[in-house]
Design a protein around this ligand. Structure first.
Ligand SMILES: *Cc1c(COP(=O)(O)O)cnc(C)c1O
Ligand code: SF4
Length: 347
C-alpha cells in the first residue's frame, strides 16, 4: 500500500456481532447509535478489540451513547468560537489548528469532535487556500497544528503538497500533526509519507493513544519508523472511565510509549461531548491517579493532566496540587504524601 488509499470502508453492526463484540439482541439499538455517530474501525483495531476490553470500549458503540445529559455540549472545546476562516481555529496568538479533513480511520465513541467528524470529507481547496492565506499574512503564528478528523488520512501526495506550502511560510517555525493513524492504521506510515512530512524542518507528531493494548507490533514498528526518521513524537491520551482510569493501566501505557521514544504530553480530562457521559471520571479521580503516578514513573513518562475549559477558553493543567501557601511560606507535599515546610529565601 502506498499510503494514498482512502480510508477503509466502514464496518457494520452485523460485523461486530460476528466478532462477538456486541450481542445480537443489542443490534437494533446500536443501529440507531450508528445513525447518530459514525462507526469505523480498522482491521488492526477490530482485532485488538477482540483481545482487549480497553480497546473495544473506545470503538464499539453502546446504547449508553443515546443518553444525553444536561451538561453535554455540541462543541465541547469551543473550536467554532475562534474560527477566523473556515477550517482554522486561532485561539492562542502563536498557534493555529488547521482542520484539513473531517474523516478519521476510526471513530472513537468519546470523540470531542463527534458532531463534526465523518460528515464532509476533506477541507475544500478554496477553503484550504484561504486558511493558508490567513496563516501567511499573520506573522504572529509560529506553529501550525494539522488536525481533523485525522490529517494522516490524506494521501501522501496531498500531505506533501500541504507541507511544502507551509514550509514556504517563513514565520511558521513548527508544524505539528495530531493523529491516531500510526497506532490505528500503521500501514499508512510509508516512506512516501515520511518523506512528505520531512519537507518541513521542524515537524512534530502528537499521537492520540489511550491504552497499551492499542500498541500492536505493527503500531510499534510504525512509531519506530517515525522516530528513526528523526520526527519527535509526543502523545496525548484521554482519561476514560472503563478504559484507562487506573494508575496501573496508565503506567503500562506511559512506560510502553516512552520505550517507543514517544513522550507522554497531555492526559486530557474527558470533554463534555454528547452521548459520552459514561466515559467521564471526576477531576478528583484524575488527580488521585496522577498523584499515584508521580514518584512511581520517570518524569519523562509523566504527561500533564489538562482540562479544556468548555466554551473555548483554553487548556489548563489540573493535576494535583503539591504546594499550599501559609503565613510563613509554603507547605509542600512529597510523592509519598508527607508534608514539608518551604520558605523562599529573604531577598
Ligand atoms: C489544544 C489546542 C492547541 C494546542 O495547545 P498546546 O497547549 O500548545 O498543545 C492550540 N489551539 C487550540 C484551539 C487548541 O484547542
Ligand atoms: S481519531 Fe480523534 S478526531 Fe477521530 S474520532 Fe477519534 S478522537 Fe475524534
Amino acid at each position: 500500500m502506498d499510503g494514498s488509499s482512502p480510508p477503509r470502508a466502514a464496518l457494520t453492526i452485523p460485523d461486530l456481532v460476528a466478532d462477538g463484540l456486541v450481542r445480537a439482541d443489542d443490534a437494533p439499538v446500536l443501529e440507531q447509535v450508528a445513525q447518530d455517530f459514525r462507526l469505523r474501525l480498522t482491521p488492526q483495531m477490530r482485532a485488538a478489540s477482540a483481545r482487549s476490553d480497553g480497546v473495544a470500549r473506545q470503538f464499539v458503540p453502546t446504547a449508553a451513547e443515546l443518553i444525553q445529559r444536561p451538561e453535554d455540549l455540541p462543541d465541547p472545546i469551543g473550536d467554532d468560537a475562534h474560527a477566523p476562516v473556515p477550517g482554522l481555529t486561532h485561539r492562542y496568538p502563536d498557534r493555529v489548528i488547521l482542520h484539513v479533513t473531517k474523516t478519521c480511520e476510526v471513530y472513537c465513541r468519546f470523540c470531542f469532535r463527534r458532531e463534526t467528524v465523518g460528515d464532509t470529507g476533506h477541507l475544500p481547496q478554496d477553503q484550504l487556500d484561504a486558511a493558508l492565506d490567513y496563516i501567511a499574512r499573520t506573522p504572529a503564528i509560529h506553529e501550525v497544528i494539522l488536525t481533523g478528523g485525522d490529517p494522516l488520512v490524506l494521501s501522501a501526495r496531498r500531505i506533501a503538497d500541504l507541507v511544502a506550502r507551509l514550509a514556504d511560510i517563513a514565520h511558521v517555525g513548527v508544524l505539528r500533526l495530531h493523529t491516531r493513524v500510526p497506532v490505528v492504521a500503521p500501514d499508512r506510515i510509508t516512506d512516501a509519507l515520511i518523506a512528505a512530512l520531512r519537507q518541513h524542518p521542524s515537524v512534530w507528531i502528537v499521537l492520540h493513544t489511550n491504552h497499551a493494548d492499542e500498541l500492536t507490533a505493527e503500531a510499534r514498528a510504525a512509531l519506530t519508523r517515525l522516530a528513526d526518521a528523526g520526527i519527535p513524537l509526543l502523545s496525548q491520551s484521554v482519561l476514560l472511565r472503563g478504559v484507562n482510569d487506573s494508575a496501573d493501566t496508565l503506567e503500562a501505557l506511559f512506560r510502553a510509549l516512552i520505550r517507543l521514544r514517544v513522550k507522554p504530553y497531555y492526559l486530557h480530562h474527558c470533554d463534555l461531548a454528547r452521548g459520552a457521559g459514561h466515559f467521564r471520571t471526576t477531576i478528583d479521580q484524575g488527580q488521585a491517579i496522577m498523584a499515584s503516578l508521580r514518584g512511581r514513573l520517570s518524569g519523562t513518562a509523566l504527561p500533564t493532566y489538562v482540562l479544556d475549559i468548555p466554551g473555548g477558553y483554553g487548556k489548563v493543567p489540573i493535576g494535583p496540587g503539591y504546594l499550599v501557601p501559609d503565613a510563613q511560606g509554603w507547605t509542600v507535599t512529597d510523592p509519598n504524601g508527607q508534608q514539608h515546610r518551604y520558605s523562599d529565601p529573604e531577598s
